[in-house]
Design a protein around this ligand. Sequence first.
Ligand code: ADP
Length: 546
Amino acid sequence: MSGLFGSTRRLLLSAASVSTPVLAAVSESRLSTHLAALATLASTPPCGPSPDLSAEIKDSKLLRTQNYVGGQWIEAADGRQLEVVNPATGKMIATVPLSGANETRAAIAEAATQFDAWGRRPAKERGAILKRWHAEVVAARDDITRLMTLESGKPLAESRGEFDNGVASIEWFAEEATRTCGDVLESPDGSRRFMVLKQPVGVVGAITPWNFPFSMITRKVSPALAAGCTVVLKPSESTPLTALALAELADRAGIPHGVLNIVTGDAKAIGEALLKSELVRKVGFTGSTAVGKLLMAGGAATVKRMSLELGGNAPFIVFEDADVEKAVTAVVSSSHRNSGQTCICTNRVLVHEAVHDAFVAALTQRVQALRLGSGLESGTSQGPLISAAAVDRVEEKVQDAVAKGASVACGGARPSWGPGSPLAGGFFYQPTVLTGATIDMRMFHEELFGPVTPVYKFSSDDEAVQMANNTQYGLAAYFFTQDLSRAWRVAERLEYGMVGVNEVAITSEVAPFGGVKQSGLGREQSKYGLAEFQDLKTVCLGIGPR
Ligand code: ADP
């Protein structure tokens, strides 16, 4: 992820704010009276979805534009609103509440109230409810994927891929939690017996980014709920609509009110309220390393558990014995997916000098053929970036590389759409290949987060591994070789949480996802991801002298 505090969004003050009761001093007790006051606002939403957005979505009830707290749809206490923008056009498509600490505390109180009952339900019952949520979400695939594309910009095919990947997490964790089992340990003496229980950690604060508006939620909320935790989720301010649609479907599926709560708005205020609360026992976060560090520091006061999935700077090594055609296909998909805006996107392509020229020629041809456009149009292979600021950041890094000697093999600029094009206001950057990249360039060290593929040359395995590891990040790395011994040696030496060997599709609900070094802590997905939401409790039974 890039940027310190997310992109700047335009804020609106609604007329409704004038007479709204403010939740000035909300304690962490059940806040039903305050919620009732807030819910009054729900009948007169100040803005909500735009007509353009409504026209795109068949099931209009999925277009939720309010916080979901204790099963009620509520505005921000002061009525303030945040604009959601379609990055392909730059136009506002909806507004959602610009909530802060008070709404977050209300949500925490609801989650805390529900925790005991939800956590004590048998995992099989929780799993059955999650499966109903899964079924509701699957049935809404068309609308949800359009919504994802409209607010994140990614091509529909990519939204569908993210959806299928993300919805699998709901089903898998619904099943996996039923297999939870503790331990009975061999006692070193005869007078005691030791057992280990796995129990839900408590209320979880989940903070998710815009680049995967759907799957970053399902991979946090599903294991949390399956384990018996309750959740307060803060989606990205750029992509709150997918999250709120998931809440509507959770409601339809019968997830008890207060078990899943969603608060949209001011990242810092919501984050601080989650961190300060003693009721919140864990924070699960995906986003930038900079914000991850802030959360870690903020969580120290209450010694919160943390799962942090942070930035990446993925190398892709093409050895001289690689299948070049397959490697090119893999680089294009991994580097240009979501316009290069994923934490596991290839950021640095390291190519052996013996195959460098052939690789660059094939790569350039393939990247030139990518079609830039609106994600809703069939045939679009690359959509916009998330914001104007994101385009500026990519442009700066390309300019830095060119000033230091890189050559532009293709792209290297913003597109010009021509007068009258609806995409003229969008946040686009051309698919770009740079050759002659070197380690003194900013893009070698900083996360790229744009549709740019820089190619670096190497001449030995040691040099490639050293270059690959020469970064503060350690999330995903890829390499292509046909030599089995080299595959083992290199996979073991790469300082990364995930390594793709002759493969870039490394994500699955069954496989642990996460990084080392400054790419984060903990793992999502898989049985290891479930364990992140469980505390171990040792029960020691004294049975007296033998
Ligand atoms: P990016 O710059 O790519 O948007 P961020 O790390 O800023 O990445 O954002 C990821 C998530 O973290 C978003 O939901 C964002 O709102 C949230 N966030 C940003 N700043 C803070 C903060 N200070 N405290 C809590 N959450 C934050």
